[in-house]
Design a protein around this ligand. Structure first.
Ligand code: SF4
Length: 259
């Protein structure tokens, strides 16, 4: 048994939620199921093996591919019985790759999160541009991309003066920007260099635009929108990113007399 899974089993004790799964001690081993299925009888759930869990992790309930394993769109309706700690470790590896190791590093006080700027500085090729984003845009990207509506991982790395996520975000840590966030940052860098339009709107009209964006950002993406396709203007992260930009532009600028 690895030290990480040994510590995890101790932490779980009788039962715990880990992102979207409920892990419960059961019959000398553990049972895993979706947190939303916590109150269901075992017979109401489809029993899956390790290979089945791989499929659960790969596709959302609507069949869409899940590029971001921390996304809150894990399908329910299944249960997995881990007879041994090794089975439990393999199951966690399928559902949240790397999650156990990162959790253990945090538990041990050994986690070394990579700040956004350090991560961006290592990028080459088409991703080198993310290193040139200004702090305000980095803040918008991280607030939008790592929002709990899109990812359940608890961000522990620093970005543009943003505080790390609190413990209320859950037990699954994020120790460095992921590929989806990197692509989102690249998309933001491309938007930043596109020609910018000047549009005249009355305050009331702008209020309607902001409200519409807030509603759109809070709703599930249309089925046709692929989660990882950040070039799609209908991706809800794009709405959230735009909201951040508009809020910054609309924020009252303090006059020299007021300082
Ligand atoms: S970088 Fe953000 S979106 Fe990606 S896994 Fe971490 S918290 Fe989630």
């Amino acid at each position: 048994m690895s030290p990480a899974i040994e510590a995890f089993v101790r932490w779980v004790d009788g039962g715990r939620d880990f992102a979207q799964i409920r892990v419960a001690a059961s019959g000398g081993g553990h049972e895993l199921r979706h947190v939303a299925d916590a109150g269901l009888a075992p017979a109401e759930l489809r029993e899956v093996g390790l290979e089945g869990l791989r499929g659960v992790a790969r596709h959302a309930a609507n069949g869409a591919f899940r590029p971001l394993k921390g996304a809150p769109n894990l399908a329910g309706g299944w249960r997995f019985r881990a007879a041994t700690a090794d089975d439990l470790e393999l199951a966690l590896g399928h559902l949240y790759p790397g999650g156990l190791a990162d959790w253990f590093a945090v538990e041990q006080g050994m986690a070394r999160p990579t700040a956004f700027r350090d991560f961006a500085a290592r990028q080459t090729g088409i991703y080198a541009a993310v290193g040139k984003l200004d702090d305000a845009t980095v803040g918008d990207v991280v607030r939008a991309g790592c929002d709990g509506r899109y990812c359940l991982k608890r961000r522990l790395w620093a970005a543009a003066g943003l505080a790390e996520d609190g413990v209320d975000k859950g037990a699954l840590p994020c120790l460095e920007p992921c590929a989806v966030l990197l692509e989102f940052a690249r998309r933001a860098s491309r938007l930043a260099v596109e020609p910018q339009r000047q549009i005249a709107l009355a305050d009331g009209e702008m209020g309607s635009v902001m409200t519409a964006l807030e509603i759109a950002a809070s709703m599930p993406a249309p089925a046709a929108v692929r989660e990882g396709d950040l070039s799609d203007p209908a991706n809800p992260r794009r709405f959230q990113l735009l909201l951040g930009k508009l809020r910054r532009q609309l924020a009252p600028v303090a006059s020299p007399d007021a300082r």
